[in-house]
Design a protein around this ligand. Structure first.
Ligand code: SF4
Length: 484
C-alpha cells in the first residue's frame, strides 16, 4: 500500500474535539481553521488529524508529538521576549495548510508520519519536564500547533498554573473562535506570514491571507506579545514590493515596535528547483522595512550579519547581541531600558529561573566519552537526542570544537536515569568548527542536523548521505520518488 494511504497505529485512538457543529446528515463541520471542512462519517479533514467518528468530531493527535526538544527562544523568531531563554519545544502532527516549500513537511503532512516517529505525552509530563529543568517557556511549534488545539489548551493552562509562559509559533490560519480560546492561555505569538498576496496564499500554501491577518490583529489587540516573520522564498515572494507591503501592514495594523523577521529559505519538499534565498535580497527587504518605519527588523537563518542584533533606536547602543540561535542581552537593564540612554525599549524580560532540584551525579572527566560533529555548509546546528541506561541522573556537556574558543563549555544538560531527552546545540562563533558532546557512562546520543531554525529533523547524521550542504536528504529522496 502506498505510504500516503497507510493507516498508522498512532491514528487509532481519539480524543473529543472542540469547535465544530454536527449536521443532520451525519457530517460534521470543523470550525478550528477557516477551511471549515465538512467531514463525512469515517473521514478526516484536510489536516488529516481531525475526523468524524459517529457524527462527532475527534482529534487523532491529542498528546502525540515529535520528541520534545530543548531549544532557545530565538529558534522561534522571538527576539523581544526573554532573549536567550531556554524553551521546551513541542511539535505535533498535521497542518491546516500545505505549503509547497514546507521545511517541516515530514511532520506537517500527516501521511508521512510513521509510528516510530511518534512520542506520547500527557499535559502533566510536558509541564513536569519544563519545571524539573528550570525551563520557563513552552513553545508550541514546528508543523503547526493550530491543529493540536485541544492538547495545547489543556497543557498551556496547566503550564500557566505553574508560572510558565506559552509561546505559539504558527502560520496562524485559524478561526477567530480558535484564536479567542488561545488568548486565554498563550502569552507570545510568533506569526509566520507567508506573503501579502492572496493569490500566493491560495496557490502555494493552500490557505488564505485575510484570516491570517485578522487573527494576528485579534491577538495583538488583546495585548499579546506578537512578532511577525516571513520566509522569503527564492523567486517566489522575495521582491521589494513584497517586503514593502508586509512592512506597511505591520506598521499600519500592529505599529512600529512589533519586530519583523525576514528569514532565509532552504530548498525543501516540493520546492527544490531554486537555491537558498540570496542574502542581498534579505538585506534589501530589511532596508525597505526600516525605510517604511519598522523599528526592529531582523534577518533569520543568516550568520555573521549585524542584522541579527538589536540596537537602541534612540542612541544606537547594541542592546542584544546574537549569533545564530544564541543571544546575550548586553545593553538592557533589568527593566528593559537601554543602558546607554535609559529610554524604555519594547522588550519583555523574565526573572532568572529557580535552580533545578535534580540530584546530579558527577563523573570523572576521564570516564566521559565524546561525540564530535563538524558544521558543514549552511548547516550550523544539531539536535542531540540522549538516552540513558544509567542508574543516576547525569549531565551531558557540550563544548566548542575548533577556533579561538576550542574547549569552551557552551551547554550542560541533565539526563535522568532511564529517560530520553533532546536538545539543540549550535554554532556559537564564526570560527567554531563544530561541537564535542561529552557523555557520561550509560548515556548514548544520536545527532540530527537542523536545516535552519524551527526545523525538526527526523534523519540522524548517520543516515544522511552528505550530498548537499543545504537540502535535507529526505527532500532529495522525495523528489527522486516522484520522478521514478
Ligand atoms: S483544522 Fe482546519 S483543516 Fe483540520 S479539519 Fe478543521 S477546518 Fe479542516
Amino acid at each position: 500500500m502506498p505510504k500516503d494511504q497507510q493507516q498508522w497505529s498512532w491514528q487509532q485512538d481519539t480524543h473529543p474535539a472542540v469547535l465544530y457543529s454536527s449536521r443532520p446528515d451525519g457530517t460534521v463541520q470543523c470550525h478550528l481553521s477557516p477551511r471549515n471542512c465538512v467531514i463525512r462519517p469515517g473521514a478526516v479533514g484536510f489536516c488529516r488529524v481531525r475526523a468524524n467518528r459517529g457524527g462527532e468530531l475527534v482529534t487523532l493527535n491529542y498528546g502525540k508529538s515529535v520528541a520534545m526538544t530543548e531549544e532557545t527562544i530565538e529558534t522561534e523568531a522571538v527576539y523581544h521576549y526573554a532573549p536567550g531563554a531556554r524553551i521546551l519545544s513541542m511539535g505535533n502532527i498535521g497542518c491546516m495548510m500545505n505549503c509547497d516549500y514546507c521545511h517541516n513537511w515530514q511532520t506537517s503532512q500527516a501521511r508521512f508520519v510513521e509510528d516510530q516517529s511518534v512520542h506520547y505525552y500527557t499535559p502533566e509530563q510536558v509541564v513536569q519536564s519544563a519545571l524539573e529543568r528550570g525551563i520557563q517557556v513552552i513553545s508550541w511549534t514546528y508543523n503547526d500547533p493550530v491543529v493540536w488545539h485541544e492538547f495545547v489548551l489543556d497543557t498551556a493552562r496547566l503550564a500557566r498554573e505553574h508560572g510558565l509562559v506559552n509561546l505559539f509559533k504558527s502560520a496562524f490560519y485559524i478561526s477567530l473562535e480558535g484564536a479567542k480560546e488561545l488568548c486565554e492561555v498563550i502569552d507570545i505569538f510568533s506569526i509566520s506570514l507567508k506573503s501579502m498576496d492572496p493569490t500566493f496564499y491560495k496557490r502555494v500554501t493552500k490557505g488564505q491571507l485575510q484570516p491570517v491577518l485578522d487573527a494576528t490583529a485579534y491577538v495583538f489587540d488583546r495585548g499579546k506579545h506578537v512578532e511577525v516573520s516571513s520566509l522569503l522564498v527564492t523567486d517566489a515572494n522575495d521582491t521589494e514590493g513584497d517586503a514593502r507591503k508586509l512592512s506597511r501592514w505591520v506598521l499600519d495594523r500592529l505599529g512600529p515596535d512589533v519586530p519583523v523577521h525576514f528569514v532565509r529559505f532552504h530548498p525543501d519538499y516540493k520546492y527544490t528547483h531554486v537555491d537558498r534565498t540570496p542574502v542581498e535580497r534579505l538585506e534589501r527587504a530589511r532596508e525597505i522595512a526600516l525605510e517604511e518605519g519598522v523599528r526592529y527588523c531582523y534577518l533569520g537563518n543568516v550568520y555573521d550579519n549585524e542584522a541579527t542584533n538589536s540596537y537602541c533606536p534612540h542612541c544606537g547602543l547594541l542592546v542584544v547581541e546574537r549569533y545564530g540561535l544564541i543571544a546575550s542581552p548586553v545593553g538592557l537593564t533589568g527593566e528593559a531600558h537601554c543602558q546607554g540612554c535609559a529610554k524604555p525599549l519594547p522588550f519583555r524580560l523574565l526573572a532568572a529561573p529557580d535552580n533545578t532540584a535534580l540530584d546530579i551525579l558527577d563523573v570523572d572527566a576521564a570516564d566521559l566519552h565524546h561525540i564530535e560533529h563538524e558544521w558543514r555548509g549552511d548547516v550550523k546546528a544539531v539536535h542531540v537526542e540522549l538516552s540513558s541506561e544509567a542508574s543516576a541522573a547525569h549531565e551531558v556537556t557540550v563544548r566548542v570544537l575548533g577556533g579561538a574558543s576550542h574547549g569552551r563549555e557552551v551547554k550542560r544538560v541533565p539526563i535522568l536515569p532511564g529517560s530520553q531527552y533532546r536538545f539543540i546545540a549550535c554554532k556559537s562563533a564564526s570560527d567554531d568548527r563544530g561541537v564535542s558532546v561529552q557523555l557520561p557512562p550509560g548515556v548514548h546520543a544520536n545527532l540530527y542536523e537542523v536545516y535552519d531554525r524551527a526545523h525538526f529533523p527526523i534523519s540522524t547524521v548517520l543516515e544522511i548521505q552528505h550530498s548537499s550542504d543545504a537540502v535535507p536528504e529526505a527532500a532529495i529522496r522525495l523528489q527522486e520518488t516522484r520522478r521514478a
